[in-house]
Write a protein that binds this ligand. Structure first.
Ligand SMILES: *Cc1c(COP(=O)(O)O)cnc(C)c1O
Length: 375
């Protein structure tokens, strides 16, 4: 049975994924127009000025967007945020890390440092999915790690240094960077990928690194002993290449084009304050709607912890979320399924800056229509 949502209810764009996420048409057009006719960028060497100029735009655009504090540097490399967990494990943790775990992504980084034979068992501060775990000062750790936005559950945590520590703080901002307020002085490494807020393709990691983090990597990588730091996982090597506006090995050039376009688009609209407010507006629409429906409720109970970029809404047992998601998909509303391993009767909505707040409102109207038909 195909259930047809009236076109007057449908959003103008049906992409609500939590990553890869909606690509603006202008970003796709930028792929065609990158460079000039005599010097196209796609299909040319990443060691020449065309691609290096792109990396330069990305690094300088991010520095402006995040109001980069004195001495911080923008590094990038291949492999996405998952690769960056291994970079951090190899290059930044001296002996023991503490991880705030309140969902799948925080847990995955904790698994990385636990697996490293040269590191001690990590400390884990855990909270149930749908809430937030906070880093706690500890004399036994030299790295603190927390997600900024836990994409698997739709909970966000403030970026804050634990009191009284001079050890490193690492923030997984993969789905929050560029759309959540942040003061980078509260962290030493703020890392993310291009396929969420920045609406590009995956495959890269970007890391905003403090002088202390840069110094730590140099110290750890030079320490030798039982640790082998492959060149691919060396933050020091990545930094050296980034300073030359290049990557250790060949990057996806199309990703860089779309990323540069999105960074400059956000800056032109008003920067981080603009994007944060726009996403908060979208989130307000989603959560207000969920609270007004008898059969829906925000998954994250504490309002201040409800993500303003990735919203999760539980549906009650009489409404089959998988069926709702399937009907939405048939009507061109895509990727609002919950994180697989969370296993909840839920919809999850990416509300990144590219998504129009009116489209989030249209999405809620479309869900109302589907649920009404199913009941
Ligand atoms: C998507 C995501 C990741 C994984 O990113 P990849 O680029 O696929 O490695 C890690 N952390 C968070 C918070 C994410 O949202």
């Amino acid at each position: 049975m195909t259930l047809q949502i009236p076109s007057s209810l449908l959003p103008s764009d049906g992409r609500f994924g939590a990553g890869p996420s909606k690509v603006r048409p202008a970003q796709a057009r930028a792929l065609l127009s990158a460079g000039d006719p005599a010097h196209p960028v796609l299909g040319t060497s990443h060691r020449q000025s065309g691609v290096k100029d792109l990396v330069h735009r990305v690094r300088h655009g991010l520095a402006e967007l995040f109001d980069l504090p004195e001495g911080y540097e923008v590094a990038l490399g291949n492999g996405g945020s998952t690769a960056f967990w291994e970079v951090a494990t190899a290059s930044l943790v001296r002996e023991r890390a503490q991880h705030a775990v309140f969902g799948e992504f925080g847990a995955k980084f904790a698994a990385s440092t636990r697996r490293a034979p040269f590191l001690a068992e990590p400390e884990v501060v855990e909270a149930a999915p749908g809430s937030v775990a906070h880093l706690a000062s500890s004399a036994a750790v030299d790295v603190y790690a927390s997600p900024h936005n836990e994409t698997s559950t739709g909970a966000m945590a403030p970026v804050r240094r634990p009191a009284g520590t001079d050890q490193l703080v690492l923030t997984d901002a993969t789905s929050g960077a560029g759309a959540l307020p942040v003061d980078l002085r509260e962290t030493d490494v703020y890392y993310f990928g291009p396929q969420k807020v920045f609406g590009a393709d995956g495959g890269l990691w970007l890391a905003l690194c403090s002088p202390a983090a840069i110094e730590r990597a140099a110290e750890v990588e030079a320490s030798g002993g039982a640790r082998w730091v492959p060149e691919f996982l060396s933050l020091t090597t990545a930094l050296a290449n980034s300073r030359l506006d290049q990557t250790l090995n060949t990057p996806a050039v199309g990703t860089l084009v779309m990323l540069a376009d999105q960074v400059e688009w956000i800056l032109a609209q008003g920067g981080l304050a603009w994007s944060s407010e726009r996403c908060a507006t979208s989130a307000g629409i989603l959560y207000d709607w969920a609270e007004r429906r008898a059969w829906a409720s925000p998954f994250v109970s504490e309002p201040a912890e409800r993500s303003t970029v990735v919203g999760t809404v539980d549906l009650d047992e009489h409404v089959d979320a998988a069926a709702v998601v399937g009907h939405l998909r048939d009507n061109g509303i895509l990727d609002v399924f919950p994180y697989r391993k969370l296993g909840r009767n839920q919809v999850r909505v990416g509300m990144f800056p590219a998504v129009e707040p009116e489209d989030v409102a249209a999405l809620t109207g479309s869900i109302d229509f589907v649920v009404d038909q199913l009941m």
